[in-house]
Write a protein that binds this ligand. Structure first.
Ligand code: GDP
Length: 451
């Protein structure tokens, strides 16, 4: 299939990878990696807080921030300097590369973190679903001074989408509690915000055990990576001994990726980069199963074209290999770039992901569902489709309640058959989100494909 002049990839190399030792245990144990999406209402301080995390963990330098500070001050927007750190993607945009899901990396002694940032403009919802489906957890930022807007509109939609793609853990940053804000380190206000957010997230279906709530200020940096000075009025915060960064480390899912590493390679393409000088074609995304290293042959679905991995990056750094759980970039060769786009799946050529025109899924209905047109979101992939059959309503355990219902009511669970207009690469166990008229109408898990 590849050009005769191209050297064939060394076929046995991937077998030479000491898989059991890559994760959990072995001598070559690596630092854990975890990715999160940042959600919350506009202006509640998301970008500033992330800029602060990047600065205080050394991922960006004080010199860079000083430079932004100077530019921001000249424009009369000095309070936005830290937020601009999150805009470093502009450079890429200037070079003509669009990034739908921007990645920023920072690390602590024990974890390499990736911030997945879906810029809130064009195509926001598909990008948000794509970003959240690559994440281990969500960080919800709530301005303590603006509790009302923190529980509505944009926040509500973000929380719902996070839930719909299967995220379980939420870390809540109760933000802007610093001395310059109206509620300067008020413990009462923090407690009230905490109670309300817990109730709100509980109603959205998140378990109390999976939620951590931390007071902080992205602008001053207090309790983000560094504990505040133990003086009043922030003494109570210092006593909690839980900075946002510590809470992030604690929220990282522990170990247990060993099995996924041994399964056949699966990586959905979140972004495609074409035309780079050293790497003419690269794809980024989260490896959900298997591993990859330079020389490995891979197959891209739905095109069915093969390619060869010529380089690997993990957390923004060149590496010898990537494994399940990693947010990574694969540099590819031996393939025409027209055969690969966002939403495609890079997989093991000998155990490829099927491309199907229909699947059944167990769906939690958020609105009443009939046989109807829907937008079908499978991670980064979204396409037009329809619910073609209501198979049965089921209870929490999947036991059939009623076969062939005429409709499924909001709040019910049901097995439905979904057809898509073009074949999509999908397998059982993946999360699916169904939307209609700009609203999420249902979400759940793909059970069976085809048929
Ligand atoms: P985003 O839209 O959620 O990303 O919010 P930004 O990070 O752009 O911040 C919006 C505004 O809130 C800016 O003027 C920030 O300077 C301000 N801000 C952000 N974080 C804090 C904070 O911790 N304390 C105070 N007092 N202001 C903040």
């Amino acid at each position: 299939d590849s050009a005769p002049s191209a050297p064939s990839p060394p076929k046995v190399r991937s077998k030479g990878l000491d898989v059991p030792n890559l994760w959990a245990g072995g001598k070559s144990k690596r630092k854990a990696s975890a990715a999160f999406v940042v959600i919350g209402h506009v202006d509640h301080g998301k970008s500033t807080l992330m800029g602060r995390l990047l600065l205080d963990t050394g991922a960006v330098s004080q010199r860079d921030v000083d430079r932004y500070q100077k530019q921001a001050t000249e424009l009369g927007k000095s309070s936005f300097a830290l937020a601009w750190v999150m805009d470093t993607g502009t450079e890429e945009r200037e070079r003509g590369v669009t990034v739908d899901i921007a990645q920023h990396h920072f690390s602590t002694d024990s974890v390499n973190f990736t911030i997945l940032d879906a810029p809130g403009h064009r195509d926001f919802v598909p990008n948000m679903i794509g970003g959240a489906s690559m994440a281990d957890l969500a960080v919800l930022v709530v301005d303590a001074n603006q509790l009302e807007s923190g529980m509505k509109g944009q926040t509500r939609e973000h929380v719902l989408l996070a839930k719909a793609v299967g995220l379980k853990r939420v870390l809540v940053a109760v933000n802007k509690l610093d001395a310059t804000a109206p509620y300067s380190w008020s413990q009462d206000v923090f407690q009230k915000v905490k109670n309300d957010v817990l109730k709100f997230l509980g109603e959205a279906g998140f378990a109390a055990n999976d939620i951590t709530v931390v007071p902080c200020s992205g602008l001053s940096g207090e309790n983000v990576a560094k504990a505040p000075k133990p003086n009043e009025p922030a003494a109570w915060v210092a006593r909690t001994d839980l900075t946002l960064l510590k809470a992030l480390e604690q929220a990282v899912p522990s170990g247990g990726n060993g099995d996924a590493v041994k399964r056949p390679l699966r990586m959905q393409v979140a972004d495609v980069f074409r035309g780079g000088i050293t790497n003419p074609l690269s794809v980024s995304g989260r490896m959900t199963a298997g591993n990859a290293q330079p020389g490995d042959p891979v197959l891209v679905q739905p095109s069915g074209e093969t390619a060869t991995v010529r380089g690997v990056e993990v957390s923004g750094e060149p590496r010898d290999y990537a494994v399940a759980g990693d947010i990574c970039t694969l540099h590819l060769t031996d393939i025409d770039p027209i055969h690969i786009c966002t939403g495609d799946v890079v997989c093991d050529p000998s155990q490829k992901v099927p491309v199907v025109e229909s699947f059944t899924a167990e769906i939690e209905a958020l609105d009443s569902l009939l046989p109807q047109s829907v937008d079908v979101h499978l991670g980064r992939l979204h396409t037009a489709g329809s619910i073609t059959r209501l198979v049965a309503t089921v209870d929490d355990k999947g036991v059939t309640l009623k076969k062939k219902p005429r409709m499924v009511k909001a709040g019910q669970r049901a097995i439905v058959k979904v057809a898509v207009e073009d074949g999509v690469p999908v397998e059982g166990g993946e999360m699916v989100v169904l939307r209609a008229q700009g609203e999420t109408v249902g979400f759940g898990i793909v059970e069976r494909t085809g048929g």
